[in-house]
Ligand binder design. Structure first.
Ligand code: NAP
Length: 339
């Protein structure tokens, strides 16, 4: 069922993979970028053979300019763009406002031209936070904003809620669903690596000498993109209103380090093996933003199940070990780390 799909945020890690898979399946792709003069040459270089099947539009999440042109002629939208910074901003609205307003803008313009399929890239951030008593989550769970959560978590939760409310009130016949990835890893395309990839980079480049007692769920960028494409192609009744977490499994950072040692021993020279005591993280937190960010995660299991997504969309996720191996090999191959 090839057609034309708008993928917002074509410069991003996930957006790029979604475009890749759609072009490979014969779709025409419209994509939005913030700065067309800067980004279009890079995108044309990556998809050199796409020609007219790739159209690049300049559109910011915070402005109406460019959106009418971007949605024209499309049958579906994968709304991937959203701020995903490494640090924590002083003002949470730097993230919450563009995440929410950008999603509502994409929905409004999509609806104005009669687009009936809309897939939002949400996040496990909208599922698994603000519930200190719980450690296992699935597509039915929602982050509890009343518990007070970091700005990025809030931005993704607010944006997904706002999207669902808007569709219910304004476009009840639009088939809307979300893809909710956990931390995304996998092959990288260029040096503009996503925040999640920085974790593996730090494990292999020696910048963390000891391993903090924390873990994360792992998903592969290829599975995240495949979930988007399947959500666009599946029958309406299978996906309408759904949430599709992509998550292969929860891993402690020490298990990630062990995976690097076992699967890519040639790049494991700088991989730490000794644990960082929790008290050290807490002592360093006031001086180091990274330690401040992980302080609250020490010892926490936050395991989000992706089984529902595998069952409904009908595919099997790549193993977390394979994903870690492929991440390491591609970071080294692109010259992004000297392991
Ligand atoms: P990324 O590589 O940083 O991509 C983010 C994209 O959003 C970029 O294309 C960026 O454009 C665009 N963007 C940000 N602010 C914008 C604005 N004001 N106007 C227009 N575009 C804007 O990150 P990613 O990992 O691919 O993330 C993509 C989506 O997946 C986000 O919605 C993120 O929340 C979600 N997600 C990511 C992960 C993960 O671990 N990577 C996990 C769960 C969910 P520029 O290139 O111009 O900055």
């Amino acid at each position: 069922m090839a057609g034309t799909v708008l993928v917002t945020g074509g410069t991003g890690y996930i957006g790029g993979e979604v475009i890749d898979q759609l072009l490979a399946k014969g779709y025409t792709v419209h994509t939005t970028v913030r700065n067309r003069a800067k980004s279009e040459p890079k995108l044309r270089q990556r998809w050199a053979t796409a020609g007219d099947r790739l159209k690049v539009f300049q559109a910011d999440l915070m402005s109406d300019e460019g959106w009418a042109e971007a949605v024209k002629g499309c049958n579906a939208v994968a709304h991937v763009a959203s701020p995903f910074p490494i640090g924590v901003p002083k003002d949470k609205d730097e993230l919450v406002v563009p995440a929410r307003e950008g999603t509502l803008r994409a929905l409004r313009f999509a609806n104005s031209v009669g687009i009936k399929r809309f897939v939002q890239t949400s996040s496990a951030a909208a599922i698994a936070y603000g519930h200190p008593e719980k450690d296992h989550f699935d597509h039915t769970d929602w982050t509890n904003l009343d518990a007070g959560v970091p700005p990025y978590i809030e931005s993704k939760t607010v944006a997904e809620r706002a999207a669902r409310d808007w569709v219910a009130a304004n476009a009840p016949d639009m088939v809307f669903c979300s893809v909710n990835p956990v931390a995304v890893f996998g092959p990288v395309y260029d040096d503009d690596v996503s925040t999640s990839i920085e974790i593996v980079k730090k494990v292999i480049d020696g910048s963390i000498p000891l391993i903090p007692n924390m873990g994360i769920c792992v998903t592969d960028v290829r599975d995240v993109a495949e979930a988007h494409v399947r959500a666009i192609e599946a029958p309406a009744e299978q996906v309408a209103g759904e949430r599709f977490p992509t998550s292969e499994k929860f891993m402690w950072i020490r298990e990630m380090a062990e995976t690097v040692r076992q699967r890519t021993p040639e790049y494991a020279k700088k991989v730490p093996s000794r644990p960082m005591p929790d008290f050290m993280v807490k002592l360093l937190a006031p001086f180091m933003p990274e330690m401040k960010q992980i302080k609250g995660e020490l010892g926490n299991v936050r395991d989000v199940s992706g089984k529902h997504t595998e069952d409904v969309l009908g595919f099997k996720f790549i193993s977390a070990e394979q994903t870690i191996e492929d991440t390491v090999r591609s970071l080294v191959a692109k010259g992004l780390v000297k392991a």
